[in-house]
Design a protein around this ligand. Structure first.
Ligand SMILES: [Zn+2]
Length: 542
């Protein structure tokens, strides 16, 4: 028997609102399975966020011969993480349909975990597809289409109901919600519910929420919309639709995650973050829509993260969306993170190895990349009497990318050398990779003057993860924390990380700890090493 193999494998995913969850039905066309082959996979958790608890009775499959028996098992994926797999009990024939009800996760969200899981909020649902979509095993480059079926309400149409995804709005019947690749499909974020009155648009940028996030969301969204427009003009690249999804959680701070042309952030309406820091966070993400160099992560992360930090401050400042005080505060904060960092002497190639596990190291490529770009901007402006700037080099990168060409670090340097006489790689090496260089005086323009201040190195005598987890780990014998009486494993109450970074010589870090049911406060004096850190202030009038 010969079968005509379809030229393409296609997956049609239909999401039907079916309280208390979403019925997921997909139709896979172009794949024939033999008995025992895997038809679908779902990790047990993704980046700490729980997926669905589906057993094999809850997932059904059929082809044109009828029901296909399924067998579920849990095994380790390539990274050793547990995942559920469903295998078919017989050979399949023709398109295969899979169906199950995805119920929202009801456990309280974990602190410091991105808002990825399928969750119900205010009469709607949201989550990233890979947390509730059983994905077929391949091929990786299959094409897909997404469709929504809204809720059916007795005797009336579902008035304000909308389904919104990273890929677009509408029910998908116009073909808008389509794409190529399992990775894109899995990374797609979705939100559905009574969203007609719970979103705000400003140009191509829109913000969506199911419950009030506790901030002035219209002001927040319109400021971001203008920022997005300013960036698209600065990079000489057309803006495409970009969506910000807001969720709520009961924790301090914001947890966030980036998705295709979209960003999701969980905030606590009872204890909202200041809007300035939310704005900075999303503005940083917007830059990622355009600016990337090509190469291994340890070679190029400094550019994507450094450029995101640099342009999310410089462009809003230039266009009046960020006032001078906030701009300087952010720049000088980042200078402390770069140059008084206990890991400040680390080479970026070493840093990449612990990029995700060591919190202080994580910040190095961001900060060094930003100050390199600021320094380069000053050098380019000075050499061309203000005719050219780092924006011109960045626009070259964006143009290359739009034309499907890659730009390596070497090509970046070659592009800079078309304007500047000296070899760029050694300068890049010192400011970014080894971290020995310091940005020049006029890095943020001649209206600011650079001073050097002595800043305490945050050598607190415990692992930096303590600043995030608030549980003492890696207590150094004889170190500052131990001398202050703190013990390994103790849960501590600490100031917010930005407030710790802003401590000066002579300050103390006040730590709260509960012992024998008694709240005690102790102080870690910042008497250890200091580091010279550049600091920009407004140039006083002559
Ligand atoms: Zn980033």
């Amino acid at each position: 028997m010969t079968a005509d193999r379809p030229a393409m494998t296609h997956l049609l995913v239909t999401l039907t609102v079916e309280p208390p969850g979403i019925r997921v039905t997909w139709l896979l066309d172009g794949v024939g399975l033999n008995a025992g082959d895997t038809i679908g996979r779902l990790p047990v958790s993704i980046a700490g966020a729980p997926t669905l608890r589906l057993d094999d009775q809850m997932v059904t499959a059929q082809d044109h011969l009828g029901a296909v028996p399924l067998l579920m098992s849990v095994s380790a994926d390539d990274d050793g993480e547990p995942r559920r797999s469903w295998r078919v009990g017989r050979s399949t024939s023709g398109p295969i349909e899979l169906s199950y009800l995805a119920e929202s996760v009801t456990e309280e969200p974990l602190p410091a975990t991105a808002p990825l899981e399928l969750r119900a909020e205010g009469g709607g649902l949201s989550g990233v597809l890979k947390c509730f979509l059983v994905l077929p095993p391949g091929p990786e480059d299959l094409t897909f289409t997404l469709r929504w079926n809204g809720p059916v309400r007795k005797g009336q149409s579902a008035g304000g109901w909308m389904g919104v995804t990273s890929l677009g709005e509408g029910d998908g019947r116009d073909g808008e919600l389509a794409g190529t690749g399992l990775e894109l499909l899995g990374d797609t974020y979705v939100m559905c519910g009574d969203l007609a009155d719970r979103h705000h648009r400003d140009g191509e940028l829109s913000t969506w929420w199911l419950t009030p996030p506790g901030i002035d969301v219209e002001a927040f969204s319109s400021r971001l919309g203008t920022t997005y427009q300013v960036m698209s003009e600065a990079f000489d690249a057309p803006a495409h639709p970009y969506r910000v999804f807001l969720r709520t959680h009961p924790h301090r701070g914001a947890n966030a995650s980036a998705h295709p042309a979209s960003f999701v952030m969980a905030v606590n309406p009872a204890n909202p973050l200041n809007e300035a820091s939310l704005y900075e966070t999303v503005a940083h993400e917007l830059v990622h829509e355009w600016l990337h160099l090509d190469g291994p992560a340890e070679e190029v992360t400094w550019f994507s993260e450094g450029a995101a930090d640099y342009y999310s401050l410089v462009l809003p400042f230039r266009s009046g969306l960020l006032d001078e005080e906030s701009f300087l505060r952010a720049v000088n904060f980042e200078a402390r993170e770069a140059y008084a960092n206990p890991r400040r002497d680390l080479h970026l190639r070493q840093a990449q190895k612990v990029f995700f596990s060591d919190f202080l190291t994580h910040r190095l490529p961001y900060a060094r990349g930003m100050f390199y770009l600021a320094d380069l901007d000053a050098r380019l402006r000075s050499a061309t009497s203000g005719e050219q700037s780092v924006d011109d080099v960045v626009r070259f990168v964006v143009r290359q990318r739009r034309q499907g060409r890659r730009t390596s670090v070497e090509q970046w340097c070659a592009q800079v050398q078309q304007i500047l006489p000296d070899a760029e790689l050694p300068i890049l090496d010192s400011l970014v990779f080894t971290g020995t260089g310091r940005p020049g005086e006029d890095s943020f323009g001649t209206r600011f003057v650079q001073e050097t201040i002595q800043v305490p190195v945050l050598d607190l005598g415990f692992d930096p993860s303590t600043l995030m987890t608030r549980q003492i780990r890696g207590l150094v014998p004889g170190g500052a924390a131990e001398r202050a009486g703190l013990r390994e494993g103790e849960i501590v109450d600490l100031p917010r990380y930005p407030d710790i970074v802003r401590l000066d010589v002579g300050d103390v870090l006040t730590v709260g700890v509960t012992r024998d049911g008694q709240a005690v406060r102790t102080a870690i004096p910042l008497t250890g090493a200091t580091a010279p850190v550049p600091c920009w202030v407004r140039r006083s009038a002559p």
